[in-house]
Design a protein around this ligand. Sequence first.
Ligand code: FMN
Length: 188
Amino acid sequence: MGRLKILVAITGASGALYAQRLLDNLDPRTHEIHVVESRYAQQVIAAELPGGLKAPAGATLHSLKSMNAPFASGSNPPDVMVVIPCTMGTMGRIAHGYSEDVLLRAADVALKERKKLILVPRETPLSLVHVKNMELLLLAGAVILPANPGFYSGAKTIEQLADTVVARVLDHMGIENELAPRWEEEKE
Ligand SMILES: Cc1cc2nc3c(=O)[nH]c(=O)nc-3n(C[C@H](O)[C@H](O)[C@H](O)COP(=O)(O)O)c2cc1C
């Protein structure tokens, strides 16, 4: 696997820990890592991550309102964009082509350039509006990977439980990982 240009977008849904655990498992020496947060992400991060979000040294943080980021243009898209966690608001805006900030524009670019766009919603229950937006996004080529932890892994901590979701995200990004036990895998 070559060096990937990865954009991790964090929105104001519950589940900031998923974003943190994903960032903890991305190595900026191996991949080019970019991070952008929605306006409301900060509020949820403050409520859910006592020490705040820690991006790995070497990751590039982008301002939401500046389009001076490579992936604002189809000429320089990310190889993979992950919106984690993804609010229903952001999902709806991506599904309907709103591109008024760099997070939304990058998702628009990822879809039109046929790059991988992985959306990690947490919302429950879902309304028909949410499901229809998801249908549109699936038809447009996005991967919808709900933050539903797997309990068969025997996780003992919240981090381990979160990692059962993050492992699937890494799998879909094409990044090898041993973050969570795989079903029926031989134990060494
Ligand atoms: C503590 C907290 C948790 C939230 N959790 C969710 C959630 O799980 N899913 C969701 O769609 N919105 C959630 N919201 C609401 C969003 O933050 C709100 O709709 C916001 O406008 C989303 O903006 P964004 O998509 O630009 O981040 C939450 C808000 C707060 C304060």
